[in-house]
Design a protein around this ligand. Sequence first.
Ligand code: ADP
Ligand code: MG
Length: 457
Amino acid sequence: MLALWGEAVRSVEERVKPTHRDQWLRPITCLGFEGSQIRLHAPNRYHKEWFEDHYLPAILSNLESRTKTTYSVLFEVGEEETTKVASRQVVDAPLAAEPSAPVAMPKGLDTRYEFDNFVVGNTNQFAHAAARMVADAPASKYNPLFIFGGVGLGKTHLLHAVGHEIHRQHPEWNITVVSCEQFVSSFIGSMLNQRRQSGHPSSINLMEEFRHHYREAPDVLLVDDIQFLAGKDSSQDEFFHTFNALHHAHKQIVLTCDKLPAELPGVEERLRSRFTWGLIAEIGHPDLETRMAILKRKAELEDIDLPDDVALTVATRFRSNVRELEGALVQLSARASLLGCTITKEVAEEILKSIASPGPTGLTVEAIQREVCSYFEVKLHDLKGPKRHRAVAHPRLIAMYLSRQLTQMSYPEIGSRFGGKDHSTVISAFRKIEKKIAEDPSLRSVVSTLTSRLRQR
Ligand code: ADP
Ligand code: MG
């Protein structure tokens, strides 16, 4: 596949001035293919955007016309060599192990989610202890560890924390972290590709790569939101064999889920029973004290000045979901800094009135699209269309992100409302914006403004 990418780039290079070729095309590295997703590395954000706007469409169209496959692209941007190495290790793993490569953080582990910044309270203390135990002694006792609980209560956080800790103790291990949605979409991509390519024995077998990646390569497999397997028979079958292979080889598996195994509808019995082989740990809704502690911790990390009475006001109002609790804090601090005031209890109460009534919003994707279009002054037709130009692509990412945040729609449903885009495009949009929000205060305030406008409708 890397050769295919190289050929597509060369076809474009021929039409580009040599200086531009050296300046813009050569520094982009293809890290590998995962199903129909191409992973690229750019030296910095500016370079990535220039490349996306000026060269990527032509390269993709060359590639797509030759393989009859539609690709999505995931960029890794970084000055640091480590990011690059991390991805290479994992993506290249099926072809060649690189035992002597420098140790880098496993791809996909979210740096925000460590044990250190997980606040332990009454309702998550068991899950936290179980996760720590597994991280300290992988595959020795509890395999799989099955963490379950409602939305926004810290399941993903704990899952990644296990990954970080194992990586710290065993830097040479392959730690594979994946959302169940990614697993399914990558499996389906490999399967379709295999069908399409049957009769071309020389083509690289993506299914073999996929199986190697999940069944053989990992020392630890972390799968988020396993409930996504419900009703997907062939993916369940694939996961069943993945599970068996790893479990048999004494490799640690950690799963998160929004339900107990026994309550998972549309998941076959042989899988549900395997999910109970190890340890099941529940995360419950945090009590007031824990919610306040989480707020204080978060404020400390984000360098937000948060008096106790304000923490109490916020924690009293947002009861059932830590993500909303954090969101409220971020919005509060963004608004207070826009208004140029410090956050007092009175200011907080005033601002909180206009933020969020937690829970379902009754908003539709169409309403979100219209609001985003009017904010960025782009046409609805373009927002839903295929243009990759930043002036349209950026608002599109935000609209997809907000659709996922503010409606009950699934990724595929959202994709279909954006002119029939693939769900993996929506997932990648969501992740991208989620990550950028954490890093970029101006984006945070754009998203917060749009959210409050939408909620006031
Ligand atoms: P879930 O996967 O259960 O939906 P997440 O793990 O994504 O939830 O958590 C949502 C947000 O809340 C994340 O930003 C996470 O860091 C934060 N969070 C949840 N529980 C805690 C906790 N106990 N301490 C600190 N942050 C927490
Ligand atoms: Mg989660």
